[in-house]
Design a binder for this molecule. Structure first.
Ligand SMILES: Cc1cc2nc3c(=O)[nH]c(=O)nc-3n(C[C@H](O)[C@H](O)[C@H](O)COP(=O)(O)OP(=O)(O)OC[C@H]3O[C@@H](n4cnc5c(N)ncnc54)[C@H](O)[C@@H]3O)c2cc1C
Length: 567
């Protein structure tokens, strides 16, 4: 017999779990269907950053509705809609208050600048992060939550917080002590060690999703994993339930008041990437959990007449492919995150020319790769070029700094394939098929800028975002330093992504719209399954999860209001 719920939510990432938990809070009976055997989605593997302007936590800089709107309107690209932006700005703080109320505690990361820090209304206090939590508090479901990716754990084992990650990535003062503490905490926790290899500490995305799961379970939510939404049922033009697939078995489940699509983007669907993206990229350049987000729920909604928007881009991040240690024949896509902008390094295209301010946020960097590729045909893969001084201080993607991964420990098969090394810049250029004259000139220019402190081409180090990731040891410009001490290295960077930006076109109440901009009754969307609120721009750290959770929250409120259940 067909089961019936008030609300069915597809997916179990941040958008879905925010919607589900809020709907439960309104007293509705909620089912979450998750296609994978692990719940939590990309959100659980993420840094856990949540970008909410004017969040009301009274930490960090003063903010206001006006500044938030001014900023988003200044940076948004593409046909964005004012009512969606306002709905986000007005409901974000309410969503944060709700999280606090149900026990998901957040803090500001002070000084973390918005990604367009030079624009009007930009601040350095809008990125919220979850406090670390204890796996034991999540209970049994913690064992089926998505784990952090390889680079999100120290030696693919130990959990770390964002502040610890920053310190280890740059060998900041006291980094050895931080590492020792992480090991000590892990190995002395005998009770937990008997249960699992996983770390008891839940940090970043694991802390966010673990916290949400605690609230969801307390409120009586139900999750079916390995259950993918493949279709939608209707009754008189209103969405009345879902068709799901479980171990090859298809069946329907009824939803009295609404269905929320929170199933992430379509980054693992190669034919959708090929159809929509402007630069062809293989699906395995995505850095979200492998093969999970395949856009099937989006296609199901499209089959019902739903419209889509902003499908042409991902949330880009330059990334590096690298073999997975101990797992034969498997490459991993490692995010560069901030490494591409560290001193003692530059990034160049096949002509050996710089094409971007390397310190730009990862999404702006990715967009510059596309723009340069369209102009010169030379940026499908670009190169991170650095010297031995860089090796001493920083990592380049999965190629960890010397103290953690000395050259002698790099497997021989990786040299001149994943990582290139040479005794001169010209020799390096020849190895990687980059124009030697171009590269020699770009390095010489960099070395001149390192002395004067002025990047005459791209003004590297000129704004707050650049300087946040700068290194005070580099003077006079904390973002530029010489590339002069051999050996010299090159790592190829591909156009990776954190997920896709486009999806179902939804209105300010998260209702999915058809081609005539009319809401499809009973159907809602949030997160990467929906078109981005800020269009093709990435406003700040946490600006995919912040809007995802806010529109999930809005969808649940709209459903509860329709059901006469609002609290
Ligand atoms: C390493 C990493 C770090 C990141 N850090 C941050 C950060 O700090 N802040 C930030 O804002 N963004 C970050 N991002 C991006 C961010 O994680 C994603 O954009 C965000 O999590 C998307 O949330 P979502 O809820 O839309 O989808 P997801 O979290 O991806 O969840 C979607 C879920 O839906 C499931 N699903 C898919 N199809 C179906 C179906 N048909 N039926 C049922 N279930 C389905 C999937 O299996 C998945 O569990 C990061 C990404 C990565 C990879």
């Amino acid at each position: 017999m067909e089961k019936t719920y008030d609300v069915i939510v597809a997916g179990s990432g941040s958008a879905a779990m925010a919607a589900a938990t809020r709907a439960l809070h309104h007293g509705l009976k909620v089912l979450v269907v998750e296609k994978e055997h692990q719940w939590g989605g990309t959100s659980a593997t993420s840094g856990g950053g949540i970008w909410i302007p004017n969040h009301g936590l009274h930490q960090g800089e003063e903010d206001s509705r006006e500044d938030a709107l001014a900023y988003i309107n200044a940076i948004a690209q593409g046909p964005v809609r004012a009512d969606r932006i306002e709905a986000f700005v007005d409901n974000g703080p309410k969503m944060v208050a709700f999280l606090q109320e149900v026990g998901v505690k957040l803090h500001v990361l002070p000084g973390y600048p918005d990604y367009y820090s030079e624009e009007r209304g930009a601040k350095a206090s809008r990125s919220l992060f979850p406090y670390e939590i204890n796996s034991g508090d999540v209970g049994e479901p913690v064992h089926t939550m998505r784990e952090a990716p390889i680079r999100g754990k120290l030696f693919n084992r130990y959990a770390f917080g964002l502040d610890e990650a920053f310190a280890l990535a740059t060998k900041a003062r006291g980094w050895q002590m931080i590492m020792a503490k992480i090991f000590w905490r892990y190995w002395t926790d005998r009770e937990w060690r008997k249960k699992t290899r996983r770390d008891r500490r839940l940090t970043m995305g694991n802390a966010l999703m673990g916290g949400l799961r605690i609230a969801f379970d307390k409120l009586g939510g139900e999750i079916w994993t390995e259950t993918g939404l493949v279709g939608l049922t209707t009754d008189n033009g209103r969405v009345s339930g879902v068709e799901v697939e479980r171990f090859g078995h298809r069946f329907t489940v009824a939803a009295r008041h609404g269905v929320v699509i929170g199933s992430g983007g379509f980054e693992w669907n190669q034919s959708m990437r090929d159809r929509y993206f402007t630069v062809p990229t293989p699906a395995n350049w995505a850095t979200s959990p492998e093969r999970a987000n395949d856009g099937k729920a989006t296609l199901a909604a499209q089959a019902l007449g739903a419209d889509v928007e902003f499908m042409e881009e991902g949330w880009f991040i330059p990334s590096m492919l690298m073999p997975t240690v101990g797992v034969p024949n498997t490459d991993m896509t490692h995010q560069m995150s901030f490494d591409h902008g560290r001193p003692h390094s530059i990034c160049v295209n096949r002509l050996g020319q710089r094409f971007v301010k390397e310190t730009a946020s990862y999404d702006r960097f990715g967009q510059a790769m596309i723009a340069d590729h369209q102009k010169t045909g030379s940026s499908a893969v670009v190169w991170h070029i650095f010297d031995d001084q860089f090796r001493d201080k920083y990592s380049s993607g999965g190629f960890m700094l010397k103290a953690l991964m000395p050259d002698s420990k790099v497997p021989r098969a990786w040299w001149d394939h994943y990582i290139y090394r040479a005794n001169s810049i010209a020799e390096l250029a020849a190895k990687i098929d980059v124009d030697p004259a171009g590269l020699v000139e770009s390095v010489a220019n960099n070395n001149r800028y390192a002395k004067t402190g002025v990047d005459e081409e791209f003004a590297r180090g000129s704004d707050a975002y650049d300087r946040f990731f700068g290194d005070p040891r580099s003077k006079p410009n904390s973002c530029i330093d010489t590339i002069e001490k051999g050996p010299f290295y090159a790592v190829p960077l591909v156009l990776g992504d954190l997920g896709t930006k486009g999806g179902l076109k939804a209105d300010a109440q998260a209702r999915v719209l058809d081609a005539n901009n009319v809401p499809i009754p009973g159907l809602y969307a949030a997160g990467n399954a929906s078109g981005s609120m800020s269009g093709l721009s990435y406003p700040g750290a946490g600006a995919t999860i912040g809007p995802a959770m806010t529109f999930g929250f809005i969808a649940a409120n709209a459903i509860a209001e329709g059901a006469g259940n609002q609290r």
